[in-house]
Design a protein around this ligand. Structure first.
Ligand SMILES: [Zn+2]
Length: 285
């Protein structure tokens, strides 16, 4: 029998070991029962940097406090260990993804069969996106995110009713999302309809009227402001919706007050693809 040398043995054994680890890594996980976020996450402090500006230090302190609160609430040895994403980190992830999108430098991560299997047994999206249904504003693409990264609630005019609020609460309470990002966009047809309705006094047909009605407070608020009226209305709408979510009782208002969850509003430029921040009451970047 041919004697297998050390080098040949390693050449044969390493790929086998690697293949075995892949098999284990891709095994579907038994879905855990729905339990509150902080009983199933492991909070980790952000890595220290050599020199940080004061604003960043402030944000870090805030995130450390969040980690302490989460750790205090987390029963030991219960649920699946998942690395938590702080609200500030989640926002940076989104904005970094948008930069890749506008630079046409997609990372396209979390879009392969391994990721599909990884999240098949349970999802832990790091952010909730509340956006318009507009076909030109697909959240996973404009933020360069993949399967299981974003929990998306989409309605024309990015308005929220009780069902939408319940969806957001579920993502925050049970799935661990720490950022709620409300995204308006340039030349929004739903907001345009509200502006036109306010000017003409005519009602939109069918159930479209309900959407127009929900956007009307933003049209009122933007009246008399300098600049483009439609843009002002869209951004007012984003701020109103984001604030409605942030103060909603009892789940999100409590988590937002604790710093466990952050609500941010953005505006998407259809021409450039850039997302800019228009509402960010808790912390500056
Ligand atoms: Zn729209």
């Amino acid at each position: 029998m041919e004697r297998v040398g050390t080098k040949r043995f390693l050449a044969l054994a390493i790929p086998c070991l690697f293949a075995t680890s892949l098999v284990f890594a891709s095994e579907p996980v038994i879905p855990p029962p729905p339990i509150p976020l902080h009983s199933e996450v492991r909070q980790e402090a952000p890595k220290a940097k050599a020199e940080e500006p004061a604003a960043k230090k402030e944000e870090k302190k805030s995130e450390e406090k969040v980690a302490e609160k989460a750790a205090a609430k987390a029963p030991a040895g219960h649920g699946e260990a998942v690395e938590a994403v702080f609200p500030g980190e989640a926002l940076k992830n989104l904005l970094a993804g948008n930069k890749r999108y506008t630079a046409n430098a997609f990372k396209n991560s979390h879009r392969d069969p391994a990721r599909r299997l990884e999240v098949a047994g349970g999802q832990h999206p790091f952010a909730v996106i509340v956006s318009c249904s507009d076909s030109r504003v697909p959240p996973e693409i404009i933020f360069d995110q993949g399967v299981g990264d974003l929990f998306v609630v989409r309605v024309a005019g990015h308005v929220v009713d009780d069902e939408a609020l319940g969806s957001i609460e579920y993502a925050v309470s049970h799935l661990g999302a720490s950022l709620i990002f409300v995204l308006g966009h340039e030349r929004c047809g739903a907001v345009s309809a509200a502006v036109a309705g306010a000017a003409s006094g005519e009602h939109a047909p069918g159930h479209i009227a309900k959407i127009v009605e929900a956007i009307m407070p933003a049209v009122e608020k933007a009246k008399g402001r300098e600049g483009d009226n439609l843009t002002n209305c869209i951004q007012s709408n984003t701020k109103i919706v984001a604030e409605k979510i942030r103060v909603s009782q009892p789940i999100i208002s409590e988590k937002a007050a604790d710093g466990m969850v952050r609500v941010v509003g953005g505006y998407y430029d259809l021409d450039t693809g850039v997302v800019s921040i228009v509402y960010n009451p808790d912390l500056s970047l």
